[in-house]
Design a protein around this ligand. Structure first.
Ligand code: 2P0
Length: 355
């Protein structure tokens, strides 16, 4: 088929250990604090995106999980990602053409057909927008053959969904909040690669796969507008935690990593509670998981054996050294028997429990 160009890529989910919650600029998606996450392996939770460009396409269209989104014009975030990548492609086409290259396909001007799917529940607090927008921007960059760095691309993905800038890298990733009003320094950087700490595992405990009642985008701005605790968090707590957790990651110090992770999850849910009216993301099962992990840690010799963290939903992510994962799954199976499917293989890279 002539004049049709196509690319497919996948992008993984990331789970924050220092949480992003609040924007200082809602259109450019500039956060009120820096954040840090672990990008999971692509074996379990990932987005997959295929994009076709053709001069014959009448409009740009998007299918999400097999269903077409009809009104793309009003989707400002998607438009921002398309505009920025097309601009880079245009510059690339111009540079090739001034270097004497002939017959460069003008992909920057063509319409696109975009198909994106997640292999896990969308909008259930499992960071679907993070992997989705990271995948969109990465696929566009590959389709357009952009000679652009991943950090530069992360600033584009950020305009799709803040947390997606962190899914552009594997391993341990910081989203530096930046200071500039135009967002030119609000970007993702890799703190350590995916091979740095192979003993660290993430266990995803799906407490509920229903769509959450308060979206993150809406919830975090209520917090910015009403929570006094958030001001304390962003000025006094997060800068030190970012520094300390990076040091813990570099030293592979699980005790320090675990304590900061659990404290930051607790404080994120405390600022949700301090929002007026309050926002509740955890449920009784989530709180029971916190008690279980706390007891499990107290039963050890003073070193932590696991760390919980909860995002904008009731689902738990448990970080633990690989050697403890089997014991943790047995504990969860004992206290939450209905959450385990006995036929599932749980000892892969990143285990998943589906209720
Ligand atoms: C995080 N979350 O750091 C935090 C922890 C949820 C709790 O990033 O408005 O979907 O698209 O920038 O990225 C969820 O927020 O919000 C989020 P937008 P996003 O992972």
């Amino acid at each position: 088929m002539a004049d049709v160009y196509e690319k497919t890529t996948t992008a993984p989910v990331n789970i924050a250990v220092i949480k992003y919650w609040g924007k200082r600029d809602t259109s450019l998606i500039l956060p009120t604090n820096s954040s840090l996450s672990v990008t999971l392996s692509q074996d379990q939770l990932r987005s997959k995106t295929t994009i076709r460009a053709s001069k014959d396409f009448k409009t740009t269209r998007l299918w999400l999980n097999g269903v077409e989104e009809v009104n793309l014009e009003n989707n400002k975030r998607l438009q921002a990602c398309l505009r920025s990548t097309r601009l880079l492609r245009k510059e690339y086409e111009n540079s090739l053409s001034s270097a004497g290259h002939l017959n460069i396909p003008p992909l920057s001007e063509w319409n696109l057909h975009i198909c994106s799917e997640n292999n896990f529940p969308t909008a259930a607090g499992l960071a679907s927008s993070a992997s989705g927008f990271a995948c969109l921007v990465y696929t566009l960059a590959k389709l357009f053959e952009l000679p652009t760095s991943i950090t530069d691309l992360s600033r584009i993905a950020r305009q799709g969904s803040g947390s997606s800038c962190r899914s552009m890298f594997g391993g341990f990733v910081a989203w530096e909040m930046g200071n500039n009003a135009d967002g030119s320094d609000s970007q993702a950087v890799q703190v350590a690669s995916e091979t740095h700490w192979p003993e660290l595992e993430a266990l995803i405990c799906v407490v509920s796969d229903l769509k959450k009642a308060t979206s993150s985008t809406e919830g975090m701005q209520h917090t910015v507008n009403t929570s006094e605790l958030l001001q304390y968090r962003i000025s006094k707590v997060v800068p030190k935690r970012m520094h300390d957790i990076e040091a813990a990651i570099h030293a592979r110090d699980f005790k320090k990593f675990a304590e900061i992770t659990m404290r930051d999850s607790n404080q994120f849910h405390a600022v949700c509670m301090d929002t007026f009216p309050p926002i509740f993301y955890m449920n009784d099962v989530s709180r029971a998981i916190i008690r279980l992990i706390t007891e499990y840690n107290n039963s050890g010799d003073g070193t932590y054996k696991a760390a919980y963290t909860f995002d904008a939903g009731p689902n738990a992510v448990i970080y633990a050294p690989k050697k403890n994962i089997k014991e943790i799954i047995n504990l969860l199976a004992h206290y939450f028997p209905s959450t385990l499917d006995s036929n599932k293989e749980y000892f892969n890279d990143h285990a998943c429990l589906f209720s």
